[in-house]
Design a protein around this ligand. Structure first.
Ligand code: PSU
Ligand code: MN
Length: 305
C-alpha cells in the first residue's frame, strides 16, 4: 500500500511531468447535477473548452478501487448513464476506494484528488454551501471546510440561491478562504450575475489569481481559493425569475423530508423540471465559462512556475 491509488490518463501524466497546464473537473455534476444525456454532452464540451484554451482537462472519478485522473470517452459515457453511483466527499472517498465502488467526486473530493495528483486548478459549476435553515438542520457542505484545507484554486459561478449565500460567505471567511469575484464587485449567484452581496475580493485578470495561488504556497497557507466567475450576461436568469422556483423546490424538499447528501441533487433536479430546462441551459453556459477561466489560470500558473 505504498503507491497512491491514482490512475492517470497517459495524456495527463505527460502534461504534469512536463509542467504543462491541467484543469481538474468534477464528476458529481455529471452523475447527480444534470440529467442524461445533457450531462454527457456538457462533460465533453467542458473538456473541449479547456483544450481550446490551451490546457489539458482531467475529469476525476473513482472506479475499480482507484482514483481516475482523466477519463476515456467510454468511461465518461458509462459514468453519465450509471445508476447507484456514490456521491463522494472527504468522508467517503477512502471507503469507496476500499470497497471497489463507483464514485463521483464532489467539489470537496475533487479538490483532494486534484491536489494528490499535483493539479492546482479545478473548474466546476457551483460549490455547496450553507443551506437555508442550517440553524436547525446543521446542513453545511463539506466543500467549505475543504476550501480551508486543500490548496487548489476552484473556479465556480458562485453558489446557488438554494443556499444561504450570506452565511456561506461567513463560513468561508471563518475558514480563511479567499473569495475572489472575477470582473465585478458582487458575489455571483450561479444562474444570476447578482446576489446583492459584495464579494470580499475582486480580480480582473487570470494572472492576479495565479500569483495569489503561488504566494499562498510560498507563505505556507493551507487551503484553496474560490474564484466566483459570473455567468455570461446572455445566459443569465434574473434573480426575480428563479426565486419562486427555488422556493417551490425547497418547500417540496421539506415536505418529503429530504436530508443530508440527497438535498442538493433533489433541489437541482426539481429546479430543472420546474424551469423546463431553462436552468439547465444556464448551467451549461456557466460551466463552459468557468472551464475557460480555469484554463487561463492554469496557463498562468504553469508560466510562472
Ligand atoms: N451545486 C451545483 N451543482 C452541483 C453541485 C453543487 O450547482 O452539481 C454538486 C457539487 O458536486 C458539490 C455538491 O460539491 O453538489 C455539494 O453537495 P452537498 O451540498 O451535499 O455538499
Ligand atoms: Mn449537505
Amino acid at each position: 500500500m505504498t503507491d497512491l491509488p491514482l490512475a492517470f490518463a497517459p495524456e495527463i501524466r505527460a502534461a504534469l511531468d512536463t509542467g504543462r497546464p491541467v484543469v481538474a473537473l468534477e464528476s458529481t455534476i455529471i452523475t447527480h447535477g444534470m440529467p442524461f444525456p445533457q450531462n454527457l454532452e456538457t462533460a465533453r464540451r467542458v473538456e473541449a473548452e479547456v483544450r481550446a484554451a490551451g490546457a489539458t482537462p482531467a475529469t476525476i472519478a473513482v472506479m475499480g478501487g482507484r482514483i481516475h485522473i482523466g477519463l476515456t470517452d467510454a468511461e465518461l459515457e458509462a459514468l453519465a448513464q450509471a445508476t447507484g453511483v456514490m456521491k463522494l466527499s472527504r468522508a467517503d472517498l477512502a471507503f469507496c476506494l476500499a470497497t471497489g465502488g463507483i464514485g463521483a467526486t464532489t467539489v470537496a473530493a475533487t479538490m483532494i484528488c486534484a491536489h494528490l495528483a499535483g493539479i492546482a486548478v479545478f473548474a466546476t459549476g457551483g460549490i455547496g454551501g450553507v443551506h437555508r435553515g442550517a440553524g436547525e438542520s446543521f446542513d453545511i457542505s463539506a466543500d467549505l471546510t475543504e476550501l480551508g484545507l486543500t490548496p487548489v484554486t476552484v473556479v465556480a459561478a458562485g453558489a446557488k440561491a438554494i443556499l444561504d449565500l450570506n452565511k456561506t460567505l461567513e463560513v468561508l471567511e471563518t475558514h480563511g478562504v479567499p473569495v475572489i469575484a472575477f470582473g465585478q464587485d458582487e458575489f455571483p449567484a450561479f444562474w444570476s450575475r447578482s446576489s446583492g452581496l459584495r464579494a470580499p475580493l475582486r480580480a480582473d485578470s487570470a494572472s492576479e489569481i495565479a500569483r495569489a495561488h503561488l504566494l499562498r504556497a510560498r507563505l505556507g497557507l493551507a487551503g484553496g481559493q474560490l474564484v466566483a466567475n459570473p455567468i455570461p450576461a446572455e445566459a443569465e436568469i434574473p434573480r426575480a425569475a428563479i426565486g419562486p422556483v427555488i422556493e417551490a423546490a425547497l418547500a417540496e424538499a421539506a415536505a418529503q423530508g429530504i436530508a443530508a447528501k440527497a438535498v442538493t441533487p433533489f433541489l437541482l433536479a426539481r429546479i430543472f423540471e420546474l424551469t423546463e430546462g431553462r436552468s439547465l441551459a444556464a448551467n451549461i453556459a456557466l460551466v463552459l465559462n468557468n472551464a475557460r477561466l480555469g484554463a487561463a489560470i492554469a496557463c498562468e500558473i504553469a508560466a510562472l512556475r
